[in-house]
Design a protein around this ligand. Sequence first.
Ligand code: H79
Length: 586
Amino acid sequence: MFNMIKPAFLSIGLISSTMHPVASAAPVTPVSEDSQESHQARMKWWNEARFGMFIHFGLYSVHGGVWNGKKTNFYAEWIQATFDIKLEDYVHLSKKFNPNEFNADDIVLTAKKAGMKYLVITTKHHDGFCLWPTQQQTDWNITATPFKRDLIGELAAACKKHGIRFGTYYSISDWHHPSQYIHRDAKGRATEDSYFQTRMHEGRKAEYLAYMKAQIAELIKNYDTDIIWFDADWVGWWTLEEGQELYRYIRSLKPSIIINNRVAKRNKFKFDFGTPENETPESTLDHAWEACWTMNNSWGYKSHDNSWKSSQELVRKLVDISSKGGNLLLNVGPRGDGLIPGPSVERLADLGKWMERNGESIYGTAASPFGKLRWGRCTARNSPSGATLYLHVFDWPKDGKLVLPGLKNAVLSAQLLGKDGNLTFDKQGSLVLLQVPDQAPDPTLSVIKLEIQGSPDIVPMPSLPGKLSASSTWSAPGHEPSMAGDGKLSTRWSAAATAKQGHLEIDLENETSVGNAFIVENYAHRTEEFALEYWQDGLWKEAWRGTKIAGEKWLSFPPVKAKKFRLNILKAKDVPTIEEFSLYAH
Ligand code: H79
């Protein structure tokens, strides 16, 4: 078996055809193939949908990641590559494919009940097997199985019937098509790279291209597919230009179709949408995107993979992605009998229950207007008169006080989503202080709905960047002043071992008007007296004075303009230690 690289660390975009990482690519300008207006128009339903189902189903599903008693430690759908199964052995799998329990209505309704608005199924994965009765292949398709039924046709029809958009996955790399081959050494062994980089036989690319075009035309003509979801654009013989050409061809067949960026080269091409795989970007992107995620660690059914993400984790994933303006394509891998595994079904039901109550905060929403929020995520819905902000609280405040920093707009109302009655709140400068119940009302994830006046006007977040220094520092590494400015509550600055007072200074580099500060001292609550000071006319002047910090403290004061600010701990029970100290422009 190959020595597998952990897929999470794999950045396909940086892998060249020879598998040598190339120097980091220059920033990529998206290549527009048509006007922004028409792109937006055809993406409308997709943008509103936010949530779809990915289905990995194929001959490999029968084996569940086990071959001759050996269990794969990689993706189950890669089993042919992982165990270097010779084609003459792999082809027999088609005789074992008989998913008698497959029921298109059940699958589509499972997706629909989960709150999903579209699905994408593997019509042809890397093994080249076609899950529909294609006219382009006589034997390597579903008609050659004991099952015989047109599985893709049944699913497409069920989608139409239940109002779910239908999409088709298609691998560019093909381990079965005669145009390509698996490279072997003199002893007949395939190298790690062989299956990843199928080799194209000299002079046979045109034939394969014609084959792909004809098959995609079938998917459009026979099933009216709404999305073509390409994969395996990483093969060295596939170029950006060929991909763009294919993109244009498909669009000419069905103008409203949505095509993912892997049609060409994923790190260069961003139309119609980008496709981060098993990862979620840190923030919004400059193009439409959809993150695809597995529920365990495999796409195809893998019998020995029990590393299921919890329902709460999946809800948070959907929320996190929505708050950054993306879609979530969440995968299921039906078993050889055609049924979705129990743990997936349970999670989808949980997601559905949450979406039933909170879907308003997801569907058709825009990305968060804020930078990072420490306690969770935000989605927004803009209307001509104002906007609605949905605050998704991951870490419910223990003291019943939730602070939303940096909102200049007037707040008209606040309520728990789906509950009657309003929450009381107070507005101090750009801080919204919300009084919430002591306990999160929804154990999975609670949402607070804010109606605001006008479109969101946000104080630039995150906190102002600056250089931190301190009066003294604990001698062991890991307690430096910068630890109080890294945005993490798990790290902290500590003064020297004998100190009972001290200061933590932020140098903002430029004179800045500051009206809010944030301090966290969760650890030990040692401060008894402190001041927030700023350097002006050769003196430290006071903007705020207080006693205990004891947890999180938001300071809101008449704005002062300065370059240097400091938290001066005047008296402490023991060594001063601060987890976060940040300033906000006014
Ligand atoms: O369909 C799913 C996966 O099968 C497919 N895309 C999703 C949606 C896919 N994802 N990543 N890959 C395929 C690339 C896999 C790369 C690897 Fe390797 C193959 C890692 C280990 C084997 C190449 C060879 C890189 C290292 C060794």
